[in-house]
Design a protein around this ligand. Structure first.
Ligand code: PMP
Length: 306
């Protein structure tokens, strides 16, 4: 990742990709106290546009607020920077990674003189869970790792340290020959994937867990609005793993994962073991939406060009 052409925005300036470095005593590197975002830009007929840029920037600031971290830029500046970084790297489709992290001014947990650094990188990233899986669906394993309890780390923050839990779960699922993990909360109810929210469909109704111990996904919110527009009822409720086993359909949502069908959980086939009809409709609508092929929600697309 570090040896390539291009530029990365770091603390107010564009620096060559290979020179965007930090010191090994960077505080966040040691303790994981930092916040980040994952954002995508897509090609539209009007040009490349970032999908739901404002919502991602707003979540970055909410995450920082939860961690008591002061971002030394305002939202509008970071919106402009994200557009700039896609433009300056000559990308017409991109994944963006804004991140705020503490510097190396001190090392103890009680260090209070730490500078907050901000970085925005962008690169080309295809289908996160594999192009062929967007149709075929993925195989998922319920994790032996519990999702963060609400009072251990803060699940509403997209915080660096939270992803150790995600990676443990994902590595376990991959080692078992699956594509992704499903994490349960401390009471045993379904929460989310390692980097995705989950939906199931049964008898024409969509269900998704509430946000107690899941990230407030922006793709999840998009699916809410798309489902409403096509008249598919959607309910938030506690979901058990066996409800997923007997669902007609299931899918993950996320900026990276987009809308990825789930064809199997813990060796049990879900529905007919392929992408279901509601999933397919919502997936198609989602891709139409992000590529600007729908008239609705023009405010969700921010062109990168001036
Ligand atoms: N849950 C977790 C743990 C995630 O990392 C992500 C990806 N940001 C999501 C859910 C989905 O969020 P979004 O749709 O905003 O990308």
């Amino acid at each position: 990742m570090d040896d390539r052409d291009g530029v990365i925005w770091l603390d107010g300036e564009l620096v060559p990709w290979r020179e965007a470095r930090v010191h090994v005593l960077t505080h966040t590197l040691h303790y994981g106290m930092g916040v980040f975002e994952g954002v995508r830009a897509y090609k539209t007929a009007q040009g490349t546009a970032i999908f739901r840029l404002q919502e991602h920037t707003d979540r970055l600031f909410r995450s920082a607020h939860i961690l008591n971290m002061l971002i030394p830029y305002d939202r509008e500046t970071l919106n402009q920077v994200q557009r700039l970084v896609v433009r300056e790297n000559g990308l017409d489709t991109a994944y963006l990674r804004p991140m705020c992290f503490y510097g190396s001014e001190g090392m103890g947990l009680r260090a209070d003189n730490l500078r907050v650094h901000v970085v925005v990188a962008a690169w080309l990233w295809g289908a996160y869970l594999g192009a062929e899986n967007m149709e075929r669906g993925i195989r998922v394993k319920t994790s032996s790792y519990t999702r963060h309890h609400v009072n251990i780390t803060m699940c509403k923050a997209k915080a660096n340290g939270n992803y150790m839990n995600s990676m443990l779960a994902l590595q376990e699922a991959l080692a078992a020959g699956c594509d992704e993990a499903l994490l349960l909360d401390s009471e045993g109810y379904v929460t989310e994937g390692s980097g995705e929210n989950i939906f199931i469909a049964r008898n024409g109704v969509l269900y998704t867990p509430d946000l107690t111990s899941a990230l407030e996904g922006i793709t999840r919110d998009t699916i809410y609005q798309l489902a409403r527009e096509i008249g598919v009822p959607l309910r938030e409720k506690r979901i058990t793993r066996d409800e997923v086993y007997v669902a007609d359909e299931a899918f993950f949502t996320g900026t990276a994962a987009e809308v990825t069908p789930i064809r199997e959980l813990d060796g049990r086939r879900i529905g007919n073991g392929a992408r279901g009809p509601i999933t397919e409709r919502l997936q198609t609508l989602y891709f139409d939406q992000v590529h600007g092929r729908r008239e609705t929600h023009p405010e969700w697309l921010t062109l990168i060009s001036d």
